[in-house]
Ligand binder design. Structure first.
Ligand code: EPU
Length: 336
């Protein structure tokens, strides 16, 4: 077990924020996790690709960096393939693997930053699909006692950018691998999201395959979302708020063009990007940080920003949206 003391985390978060952890441990195998548990080190925090966190400051205790790799087909029938993936695999590499084998189910989730182990925690989703639609199960180790656990889909309690791992099991389960049930036959691609059908139409693709949809998604993401390699960010910083239809109707009288998506009985989801843009924050820069010019949901670090600067901007944006629309938006990223 190698512990890197007083470790700089800048290279391990896509915001590119500088912060130190008491210790950093790279986890390559399940045995490493058992060693950590029996050593009694604490407190422990788990880091995947670092693409969904804001480091407000230094991190107390030990950070476990999940680097467990491997993609293997563990079962197969005429229609489906069950694939078990090491939680430390890069999500997009897994999506590319599936596309190269013409396996369906992940193509709308192409180019999402982060690791496979983080995908179920926040139930990643994009362009009309969430990972829960192909999720089968996951294996985890309980950091309190070292017990190995298997979670089926129902036990994960998936919701919009949500799961049990963000609530009562927060920081408690070290996810080792995730299994997905992908399609090899009898599969229809999902092109319901407006932007996907527009791209396909512009390319004269009439019977899109898995690869066409993935290419369209990649094109859309590249046009709207900043590349973390070039400009520090953690994707959507906020969740899209869910409000009552009654509240939405009142807002629509004042703002006739306010968009919404249905979110279950009597509820609608409003794009936080629209609210933030209307609050006047799209594209603004405050010191070293700002709100992205093409997608107001994304906060960015222009290079030398600090976690405190990003957090102050987030608080300001939240207060202004509350002030203008009476809607409380909340971070989607994990704030450490
Ligand atoms: N909009 C604006 N201004 C903006 C951004 C958005 O007016 O600056 C409005 C537009 O009306 C647009 C609508 O919001 O039509 C929806 O925008 P978009 O399609 O970009 O989606 P989103 O709701 O802003 C969500 C996810 C993204 C995901 C896209 C596509 C959340 C928090 N974000 O964004 O996820 O890629 O849908 O499915 O749900 C992420 O989680 O990191 C992420 C990027």
């Amino acid at each position: 077990m190698h512990i890197q003391p007083n470790a700089e985390l800048k290279a391990y978060n896509t915001f590119g924020l500088s912060a130190r952890a008491g210790g950093l441990l790279k986890i390559l195998h399940t045995g490493d996790v058992h060693e950590v548990v029996s050593s009694g080190l604490h407190p422990l925090r788990i880091l995947g690709g670092g693409s969904n966190i804001l480091l407000k400051g230094d991190v107390e205790g030990y950070v476990l960096k999940n680097e467990i790799k491997g993609i293997s087909i563990v079962d197969e029938n005429d229609n489906n393939v069950l694939v078990e993936v090491g939680a430390g695999e890069v999500w997009h590499q897994f999506v590319l693997w599936a596309i190269s084998k013409n396996l369906g189910g992940l193509e709308n989730l192409a180019l999402i930053p982060g690791t496979v182990g983080a995908a179920p925690i926040q139930n990643i989703g994009a362009y009309g699909v969430e990972q829960e639609s192909v999720f089968h199960s996951l294996k985890a180790i309980d950091l309190t006692d070292g017990n190995e656990m298997i979670f089926g889909k129902d036990q994960c309690r998936f919701g919009y950018r949500d799961s049990i791992f963000k609530h009562e099991l927060k920081n408690r389960c070290f996810i080792v691998s995730v299994s997905y049930l992908l399609y090899k036959k009898n599969y229809t691609v999902n092109t319901s999201y407006g932007a996907i059908s527009e791209v396909l139409k512009s390319k004269d693709v009439h019977n899109p395959g898995i690869d066409h949809v993935a290419d369209a998604v990649i094109e859309i993401r590249r046009s709207k979302l900043p590349d973390p390699e070039l400009i520090g960010n953690a994707g959507s910083f906020f969740k899209n708020p869910v409000i009552s239809v009654a509240q939405y109707k009142l807002l629509k009288e004042l703002h006739p063009d306010i968009p919404c998506y249905s979110a279950g009985e009597g509820l609608v989801k409003v794009p936080a990007g629209w609210l933030i843009e209307r609050a006047g924050y799209k594209g603004i820069q405050k010191g070293n940080v700002g709100v992205h010019k093409n997608q107001a949901l994304v906060l960015v670090n222009y290079g030398q920003g600090t976690g405190q600067e990003v957090w102050q901007l987030a608080l300001e944006v939240m207060a202004e949206v509350q002030n203008r629309f009476g809607i409380q938006i909340e971070p989607e990223v994990n704030v450490w």
